[in-house]
Structure formats: structure tokens, C-alpha cells
Design a protein around this ligand. Structure first.
Ligand code: SF4
Length: 49
């Protein structure tokens, strides 16, 4: 997987402002067709323990 920069440092998979998950899933956020990044979300997010 290519490098994914992510500023969601409260995520379990975040390591030094990068995503360290083996894969991520990104879905629409509340709409059927996203028209901007604000209408997408990372569903792989998991809170830190
Ligand atoms: S799983 Fe999603 S929210 Fe968590 S670090 Fe990776 S890209 Fe960011």
C-alpha cells in the first residue's frame, strides 16, 4: 500500500502522522455521491486503547 498521511493521531493505526494499517476502507459520509473530501470518511478508524 502506498503511503497515507493522516492527521487523526487519536486513531489506533496512526504512527507519526502516517497510517500504519495494512489496508483502509473509505466510504461516503452521509451522502450517496460524494462531491468533496468532506463527504468521505475513513471507516477503518479505531480509537486508541
Ligand atoms: S485508519 Fe484511517 S483514521 Fe486511522 S490512521 Fe489510518 S487513515 Fe487515519
Amino acid at each position: 500500500m502506498g503511503s497515507i498521511k493522516c492527521t487523526v493521531t487519536e486513531c489506533h493505526y496512526n504512527k507519526d502522522v502516517m497510517c500504519d494499517a495494512p489496508m483502509i476502507q473509505v466510504n461516503h459520509r452521509g451522502v450517496k455521491y460524494s462531491q468533496g473530501s468532506e463527504e468521505t470518511q475513513c471507516d477503518t478508524f479505531k480509537p486508541q486503547k
